[in-house]
Ligand binder design. Sequence first.
Ligand SMILES: Nc1ncnc2c1ncn2[C@@H]1O[C@H](COP(=O)(O)OP(=O)(O)O)[C@@H](O)[C@H]1O
Ligand SMILES: [Mg+2]
Length: 284
Amino acid sequence: MASSRVIDIADLSLTFETNDGPVHALSNVSLGVEKGDFISLIGPSGCGKTTLLRVIADLEHPTDGSISIHGMTPEEARLKRAYGYVFQAPALYPWRTIGKNIALPLEILGYSKEERAERVRKGLDLVNLTGFENKFPWQLSGGMQQRASIARALSFDPELLLMDEPFGALDEIVRDKLNEQLLRLWEKTQKTVVFVTHSIPEAVFLSTKIVVMSPRPGKIHGQSRAARIARGAFLCRLRVAHADVTLVRQDSACLRRLGDPRCVLVFGFDLSEWRYATRCLREC
Ligand SMILES: Nc1ncnc2c1ncn2[C@@H]1O[C@H](COP(=O)(O)OP(=O)(O)O)[C@@H](O)[C@H]1O
Ligand SMILES: [Mg+2]
């Protein structure tokens, strides 16, 4: 398989049949993810981000369209353990220690005891949980539990990492730190990451490509390549319909360099600015 295409999604739709009638969660979504991409899916709550990630992971099945992962069906990819998945909630087994939770995929994959111990040690170190190996999940804070679940998803070194708002429940300091660690890890390993967030700063900080999803039914609204253009400054150019929209983070030098009337300037990225930015996107 010479292609660098990791995920190929074409015209994918998903409708949930519920007692209250059909819920159109995704509508004609097309998306290509290349090897080494760090893609963030952003968009308002309920727009189908989790559903799209779950389709990639074979946890939901599309009602229409096609999807392949490394040329395989999602089911084949799941059986081959082609990806690690980090859920919004930690989802650790309460009867297993943290170390044994992290080791679980390795046990299933038949790693030796020594290899498991080494990988658990590295995983704990990566998420700053060294010393907590023998604790049970309920003895850790929610944030620490989530870090353990990240270590578990990375334990078997999958090439593709699917992350659903993994840091959403963490305090900002821990979140920033984990974002930096994740970025370093990604730079080092060149893994392919699909990351769901509703945070613009997180998406801009982490991603090579940002996919903006519109409110339900989830459609892909715009895609951008994010590029770091100066220290502490990030530029991401969103191509939406026929207009280029640029979100720029707090760096006056780079703003001056841009001088583009269609720039959307986003300072600090708080919620009102997110609303402002998305409104501008809609108006394009
Ligand atoms: N299993 C399900 N059955 C019915 N509706 C669902 C199911 N899962 C998600 N939905 C609906 O699909 C829409 C998209 O949900 P979701 O993908 O979780 O959004 P997001 O992650 O962007 O917040 C929402 O309206 C949600 O209520
Ligand atoms: Mg979600």
